[in-house]
Design a protein around this ligand. Structure first.
Ligand SMILES: NC(=O)c1ccc[n+]([C@@H]2O[C@H](COP(=O)([O-])OP(=O)(O)OC[C@H]3O[C@@H](n4cnc5c(N)ncnc54)[C@H](O)[C@@H]3O)[C@@H](O)[C@H]2O)c1
Ligand SMILES: [Fe+2]
Length: 388
């Protein structure tokens, strides 16, 4: 067996209502003056208030930064850092989706050490410590609560990642109650994002190992069995719990066996069209899997029954095509657009998108099959027209 490393979140608390017990988690970490990072939409729907009230009741009032935006720009990170610094806070709580969690991770580093934001982009660039960090996801998607990564928007069409084990939080708190009101479209997009994390981790060319494989399989099983119910019957506690856990397990898998061409080809769609991260992944997923099939069909064949829920006979190639078919059906069932055309992408832009995708070498090196410019363009064309 090849040697491997496995890193994950320090402590995981999973249970309905657990977001009302954050004070205890903070105290264990020595936090006395927390900054809670969230977004205005969550404040507006009343998700944040009970968590703040519980902290207050337990004598741990939090300072609030509620200005996180989707695909958070640097200005948001800097504003939150400034607020935290001015009040000498000593720990960070994120309550929100990937956007809030990623901002919180970076703010914890900027306030805990003496590096500037521009110095920490890339892999392994964080040199200092960070403030204690508690992450509470409200989407079942990015798995950011268990990954060493934060993604920040750096320009009009560009994002940059900070990747360092320092970003793994001290505690992740999974409280499915928080996700009951997640709208169907967000549930669908973020849920498919999590499924892609599991699939890409399972077929990652480097660093894939027995633990990431096990997590990816368990995640895909939970996500595929529950995503339809979570989308169409959002109040189902059981479906929400399974989705939140599945997304977190998928996050743990890809934190160690990194994602590849689906994400590499998805990022330019987010950059140029502001298509949400999960939908961007969903739009290119079937075409990337078809492209990868010649190299990865033995592994895809091992996943098919987790997605179809039934025995699929035949060769690895036949099973791979059954997997791709099942994913297409699932994308349709959760009411996401199936093609780039339907998502408003212009055919004239496909070359530009392919050029941009080639910049994502950090991700492409993990793909089971090499992706050159012509391949990326062919995948975008296939994703533009969809299945015949
Ligand atoms: N750190 C990582 O490992 C990682 C991995 C993948 C993606 N990302 C990043 O994460 C971000 C996307 O995160 P996301 O998909 O979780 O979405 P998000 O945090 O951007 O939130 C999307 C929308 O959903 C709303 N929302 C969130 N939870 C809700 C709830 N419970 N009820 C009602 N509305 C709710 C938010 O208010 C927001 O409007 C992107 O910036 C992406 O680049 C990070
Ligand atoms: Fe993702």
């Amino acid at each position: 067996m090849q040697g491997f490393e496995f890193n994950t979140v320090g402590r995981l608390v999973n249970g309905s209502g657990s977001s009302l017990e954050l004070a205890g988690e903070c105290r264990k970490l020595g936090i006395a003056r927390p900054l809670l990072v969230t977004d205005p939409g969550l404040v507006a729907i009343g998700l944040v208030q009970p968590v703040l009230a519980a902290l207050q009741e337990q004598d741990l009032p939090a300072l609030v930064f509620d200005q996180v935006r989707e695909d958070p720009p640097e200005a948001v990170v800097l504003a939150a850092t400034e607020l935290g610094r001015s009040r000498e806070i000593d720990g960070i709580i994120a309550l929100g989706g990937g956007s809030s969690m990623d901002v919180a991770k970076v703010v914890a580093v900027l306030l805990g050490g003496d590096q500037q934001l521009s110095e920490i982009y890339g892999v392994g660039m964080v040199s200092g410590k960070r403030l204690p960090l508690v992450l509470v996801p409200t989407t079942a998607g990015t798995g950011s609560e268990a990954t060493p990564v934060a993604v920040i928007t750096t320009g009009e069409t560009t994002k940059a990642g900070v990747s360092s084990p320092v970003l793994l939080p001290d505690v992740a708190v999974l409280d499915a109650e928080l996700t009951l009101g997640l709208p169907p479209a967000v549930t669908a997009m973020t849920g498919v994002d999590a499924m892609v994390h599991a699939i890409e981790a399972y077929t990652s060319r480097h660093q894939k190992n027995v633990i990431s494989d096990h997590l990816a399989r368990q995640a895909l099983d939970l996500l595929a069995r529950n995503i339809r119910t979570a989308v169409h019957d959002g109040q189902s506690r059981e479906a929400r719990e399974n989705m939140l856990l599945g997304a977190c397990l998928a996050g743990q898998a890809f934190a160690n066996a990194p994602v590849a061409a689906v994400h590499a080809l998805a990022y330019p769609l987010g950059g140029h069209y502001h298509i949400p991260h999960g939908l961007s992944n969903s739009l290119v997923l079937p075409a990337v899997l078809e492209f990868n099939a010649p190299e990865a069909c033995d592994l895809y064949a091992e996943l098919v029954e987790l997605v179809t829920g039934e025995v699929v006979p035949g060769s690895p190639e036949a099973k791979t095509f059954a997997l791709i078919d099942a994913l297409r059906t699932l994308i349709e069932d959760v009411a996401l657009p199936a093609t780039l055309q339907q998502a408003g992408v212009s055919e004239d832009d496909l070359e530009m998108l392919a050029e941009d995708a080639m910049l994502q070498q950090r991700l492409l090196v993990n793909n089971p099959r090499d992706v050159a410019y012509d391949d990326a363009l062919a995948i975008y064309r296939a994703a533009y027209w969809g299945a015949e």
